[in-house]
Design a protein around this ligand. Structure first.
Ligand code: ASP
Length: 188
């Protein structure tokens, strides 16, 4: 669990990935972050959706798992829980990268001219981060973190905060962290 948490935290801090710093932008030009984590031995899990000021959403997901009676918290309430539990928060400017901003601008332009080719460009959706780990005693853990899909709207949540869709771990079966079009993972 520690290896998964630490790895995902590093990747969130790296601006190259669509998670934490470097996350993609919503239609309105915001960063709304999703993350989840699951422990295969206990089947405990924690997830957060649509958080905007939490530096490392994976740390908040883990806190939800370990310090709350719940599995998934979203939006303002999740941020309130972060503040109450000493999880580091930042100004929304922390997540900004020029590349992701430009991608949103291109997509908005394409939307206006109704060409839409970028939506189908695979380069558009890469960058969600995840980690699965197996320890010497056979314990599995998995974690995933993402900014979701560029140009998302209406507080859309993808598969990443949905346990059993974006993240899953069971010592008797497997551990999985998914990336791709979240709507498909949720349905399957
Ligand atoms: N699965 C993520 C989502 O749908 C995005 C991704 O993996 O690129 O939010």
């Amino acid at each position: 669990l520690d290896a998964v948490t630490q790895t995902v935290q590093w990747l969130e801090d790296c601006p190259l990935f669509n998670a934490g710093r470097g996350a993609v932008f919503t239609h309105e030009g915001r960063n709304e972050l999703d993350a989840s984590i699951m422990e295969g031995r206990t089947q405990m899990a924690g997830a957060v959706g649509g958080v905007t000021i939490v530096k490392n959403p994976i740390l908040l997901a883990r806190a939800v798992m370990e310090k709350s009676p719940h599995v998934m918290l979203t939006g303002r309430g999740a941020e309130q829980f972060a503040l109450e539990n000493g999880i580091e928060t930042v100004s929304s400017a922390w997540f900004y990268t020029e590349e992701r901003w430009n991608t949103l601008q291109k997509m908005l332009e394409e939307e206006k001219s109704k060409t839409g080719s970028l939506t189908h460009n695979p380069d558009y959706k890469f960058g969600t981060v995840g980690c699965v780990a197996l320890d010497q005693s056979g314990n599995l853990a998995a974690g995933t973190s993402t900014g979701g899909m560029t140009n998302k709207r209406w507080n859309r949540l993808g598969d990443t905060p949905v346990i059993g869709a974006g993240t899953y771990a069971d010592n008797n079966v497997c551990a999985v962290s998914c990336t791709g079009h979240g709507e498909y993972f949720i349905r399957y």
